[in-house]
Ligand binder design. Structure first.
Ligand code: FAD
Ligand code: EPU
Length: 281
């Protein structure tokens, strides 16, 4: 195998997701375009930080492509306002570095445990700001080659992006705004305060998108569903839209619980759409 060309290895996806559930798959960790080409010459999916995924206990038959260290530019971030960064750059480190450099635009994403590519694919955010605020352009790996696409072509809206079929975000250009470390920190303190109530147990963040103008978590709370359990999966007491893995939950438990919550809410006239991506069901 030539240097730089990836090869797959058998893993348990539970080890690559924040919810810590999910069965076997072949993981292809890639470091360059040659690796991407090799990894994608059979059916594949792409994984980022695994923080919005519910993967079946049976795993997935497709290859799972993961961008390796060569796509992690957190250390290379030099405080420029217009920056190209690799899609494996972890958001928490980036948010922190931008604050230190006195650059504004990413602070609303404080507390989102994604990597840049996954945050773009989901247009991750909070009501304090989302990925689309700073995203100018992406580099995509599609059909064996790289192309650049302006952010305005990605149909970015609340927790939504329209990437071409099979596209892998490899790098992204962000535009940050000069500010001061103090001002950015003051804003981050507000975001942090709004997130204070969120649980710290294994989860994949909010299971459902918010209905327009509402908080799904608040509605689930009002319906009295907090603490509802299936096996070791539980609706969090801290926030109704978080489903927790209390330890040893199966994906089947988690899915059954989420479907139970959805059915109960439907019987109350509330239609909830999953924010999580389901793999292998
Ligand atoms: P993954 O979960 O690995 O993947 C998500 C989707 O993106 C999949 O469809 C995957 O195929 C695709 N994808 C990943 N990388 C790429 C790529 N390079 N190219 C193309 N497609 C790709 N989300 C919010 O929006 N706001 C929050 O406040 C928030 N809080 C959270 C708090 C906690 C504790 C947790 C666990 C999650 C939270 N989330 C939140 C959910 C999650 O962090 C986001 O959805 C995030 O965008 C997922 O990014 P990821 O890198 O983990 O992607
Ligand atoms: N609330 C309750 N009970 C609950 C949950 C919330 O009464 O169980 C109330 C809160 O007290 C608050 C209101 O509902 O008055 C809104 O709650 P919160 O600020 O937590 O916001 P949210 O709309 O429930 C959204 C995002 C989160 C993001 C927070 C912080 C969605 C689906 N959720 O939650 O994103 O972290 O705002 O801005 O958009 C995620 O997407 O995974 C996620 C965690």
């Amino acid at each position: 195998m030539p240097e730089g060309v990836a090869a797959g290895r058998a893993v348990l996806l539970a080890d690559y997701t924040t919810l810590k559930v999910g069965g076997p798959a072949e993981l292809w960790e890639v470091e360059d375009v040659a690796g991407l080409r090799a990894a994608t010459d059979a059916p594949y999916r792409v994984i980022g930080g695994g923080s919005n995924l519910l993967v079946s206990d049976a795993g997935v038959p497709e290859r799972v492509v993961r961008l390796g260290r060569a796509f992690n530019d957190v250390r290379a971030f030099d405080g420029g306002t217009d920056v190209w960064l690799g899609a494996a750059t972890p958001l928490p480190g980036l948010v922190r570095r931008a604050q230190k450099a006195g650059l504004s635009g990413l602070e609303g994403l404080l507390g989102v445990p994604a990597v840049l590519g996954g945050a773009i694919a989901m247009n991750a955010g909070t009501r304090f700001g989302e990925m689309s605020d700073t995203l100018q352009e992406v580099e995509l790996f599609v059909d064996g080659s790289l192309e650049r696409v302006p952010a305005s072509d990605l149909g970015l809206s609340y927790r939504h992006a329209e990437l071409p079929a099979g596209a892998i975000v490899t790098r992204a250009r962000l535009r940050l705004t000069p500010s001061t470390p103090e001002a950015v920190q003051a804003y981050m303190d507000k975001v942090d305060a709004a997130r204070k109530g969120q649980p710290h147990v294994k989860s994949a963040g909010c299971a459902f998108k918010n209905p327009p103008g509402e908080s799904a978590g608040r509605l689930i709370d009002l319906a009295g569903l907090k603490g509802r359990r299936v096996g070791a999966a539980m609706v969090a007491h801290e926030h109704g839209n978080f489903v927790l893995n209390l330890g040893g939950a199966s994906a089947a438990d988690v899915l059954a619980l989420v479907e139970e919550v959805r059915a109960e809410m439907r019987s109350r006239g509330v239609e909830l759409e999953l924010e999580w991506r389901l793999w292998g069901f």
